[in-house]
Design a protein around this ligand. Sequence first.
Ligand SMILES: [Zn+2]
Length: 449
Amino acid sequence: MLITNGRVVTFGEANEIIENGAVRVDGELLSDVGQAHQLEQAYPDEEVVDAGGQFIMPGNICGHTHFYGAFSRGMAIPGDPARDFPEILDKLWWRLDKALSPEDVKYSALVCLVDAVKHGTTTLIDHHASPNAIEGSLDTIAEAVEQAGLRASLCYEVTDRDGPERAQAGIEENVRFARSLLDNPKSQLAASFGLHASLTLSAETLVDCVAAADGLDIGFHIHAAEGISDQEDSLRKSGKRVVERLNDAGILGPKSILVHCVHVDAWEMELLRDTGTWVTHQPRSNMNNAVGVAPVETMMRGGIKVGMGNDGFSNNMWAEWKAAYLLHKLWHGDPRRMGGYDIISMAVTNNASLARVFWPSAALGELAPGAYADLILVDYHPFTELSAGNLPWHILFGFEASAVTSTMVAGKWLMRDRKLLTLDEAAIAARARELSTETWKRYWELGNS
Ligand SMILES: [Zn+2]
């Protein structure tokens, strides 16, 4: 298939904008990228899709998300407002996740996947928790991802907060799912080994997790130093700061993701860099939880690999870009901070490398021959000069996720001209509304018990 008559934004090494460009989709990959007239001449018998002058761009990648949190939307939290991050965890997330049934897990995922297709986010790295529906939960989410046609890496958040049996069940769910993919690979699914956070993990459980992950060829995915309480807890428990504790336990490495890293010191940054560990930045979540601002510019300058996630906020990744762009300027009182290229480094270049950890056989996050055919069409009409050099600022100030009209993953259309092709949004939303009413009741009962 040729997708022609578009402005092709390649990102990647070429990093160019091809006016009146085209891409050739061959199976799940792109086999050619170039001028429309050249590709039309070279492949005269190919099916042609006219992009109508829209942008043809790589789909967005989300480095950290939580499908399970979707039913929190609009939910009242009983009692006084949470005064700090530990109270937010206790009053909201650690009750909502306990209230989830197996069907809630499925529909929380589906509503997020609808959102991702509509907003052009084609690769998602999820971090799941449902303490009363652990076994098989990753299969349930995987089925939803396959139905949607998106690309996702899944894991279960192991934690000691619900007792040793559930900690063990979480470990088993990670192992079972990762092993099932080793035995029966699915091209758009991948696994990591999920851990909640240092503050809910004992030394013994960390040892168990590292032992259980042996031979699975996957990294860990864990919240780290999100709030200052994680550092206080780690120092109390081990005499070490969070990143040092996790490193000594064998959690760090080039396939592992440490999410947030808001409160890390210089020595912890050295450990992150020297081990090649991934860090993801989620500024909307950090602002909402009032936990602080992660020193991600310093980390990137020092050679740490920093990507971008959304932590369960909308799958409109451009909204996350904009939050990062604005937050760091205000926080530092300096409009020179967090430029457009820093955003591209995190959200495009580094996220593409992070995705490669899970899908090593072809490139993501760029349009080039041999890359996966994961792309979006964006209806945007620049009224000033636009080039590869100033594209970041067009995206930051001009692009809206509502301009995404079509989404393709692995050569298959998931949305064309704003019509969803794999998911029935109205039916999914209707069932999710029925389910979430009951979820909210269970959540309130947990709060009163
Ligand atoms: Zn998170």
